[in-house]
Design a protein around this ligand. Structure first.
Ligand code: NCD
Length: 306
């Protein structure tokens, strides 16, 4: 049985197959409409979510399956003190696959050790968010045509942003990918990722504070929000939250074919006027998230449609 804890759980070849499947689902949705008839997805969300929970649920429904679950820790037995390992033992009796989001790093890993069904990590604390990375890779591959030979600006909260952590792990496996890490000093990418992932893989990267300095060189700008819920101190959050605001004027500094992605939710870091710019692809990214999660569910359940 397979789980998805980190984007590295799939080899580059397996990721290619998964993305090919997602593109086939996009082109021929009817072919897959009954692929999961009678199957159930449990969505176990101990932390707020809109896209990740609803897109896993939409993915299962699009495949003909059904969904059950909870959308906050307060509405589950976690509020009574039940452990993740006990919860997953129960859920294994009710469902065929589950997606779990948890504020504690490693909680989905604990779950998969006690589970008899595939577990998908739908975001664990400030650690990883592998299905967002699958979404990002599929969006980049579908819209740019390739995943190598790209200069990628990662902007915002690189310290706590789990989407950025997972995306870096995944992208260093492609040829000639360069990163420009754009963040305030306090929200720099953690040194364990700089050293153990970027430096160990001899990846070309630089760190800048001003977004304007990076924009002219980018093929792709990945914006992120400041992760309010991971701050210990409200004043620090308030000081940091509007550090970056991508607006029309800044977009003038960027190449004509630069693509802007954002895992969403957006707070103030991309002004709404940028939504009209043809380079803004973050709402298309949401749609790719459903296709790739459909492909993931089929892959983890080992269901093949010819
Ligand atoms: C991200 C997350 O939960 O980490 N959201 C998402 O799943 N699309 C990004 C965020 O919350 O900032």
């Amino acid at each position: 049985m397979r789980h998805l804890m980190s984007p590295l759980d799939f080899s580059v070849e397996e990721l290619d197959q998964l993305m090919d499947l997602a593109n086939d689902i996009e082109a021929h949705p009817d072919k897959y409409a009954h692929a999961c008839d009678g199957k159930k997805l449990a969505s176990l969300f101990y932390e707020p979510s809109t896209r990740t929970r609803l897109s896993h649920e939409a993915a299962m429904i699009n495949l003909g399956g059904s969904v059950l679950g909870f959308s906050s820790a307060d509405s589950s037995s976690a509020a009574k003190g039940e452990s993740v390992s006990d919860t997953i033992r129960m859920v294994s009796c009710y469902a065929d696959i589950c997606a779990m989001r948890h504020p504690k790093e490693g909680a989905p890993m604990v779950a998969c050790k006690h589970s008899t069904i595939p577990v998908i990590n739908a975001g664990d604390g400030g650690h990883q968010h592998p299905t967002q990375t699958l979404t990002d890779l599929l969006t980049i591959r579908s819209l740019k045509g390739h995943l190598g030979n790209l200069t990628i600006g990662l902007c915002g909260d690189l310290k706590f942003g789990r989407t950025v952590h997972s995306l870096i792990h995944a992208l260093v496996r492609y040829e000639n990918v360069k990163f420009i890490l754009i963040s305030p000093e306090e929200l720099r990418l953690p040194s364990y990722i700089r050293q153990d992932v970027l430096e160990r893989n001899k990846v070309d990267y630089s760190e800048v504070v001003r977004l304007e300095d990076a924009l002219p060189d980018l093929d792709l700008l990945y914006m992120t929000r400041v992760q309010k819920e991971r701050f210990f101190n409200e004043d620090d959050y308030v000081r940091m939250k509007d550090f970056y605001i991508l607006d029309k004027k800044k977009m003038e500094l960027a190449p004509k074919d630069m693509m802007v992605l954002h895992p969403l939710p957006r707070v103030n870091e991309i002004s709404v006027e940028v939504d009209q710019d043809p380079r803004a692809k973050y709402f298309e990214q949401v749609q790719y998230g459903v296709y790739v999660r459909m492909a993931l569910i089929l892959t983890l359940l080992d269901i093949h449609i010819s």
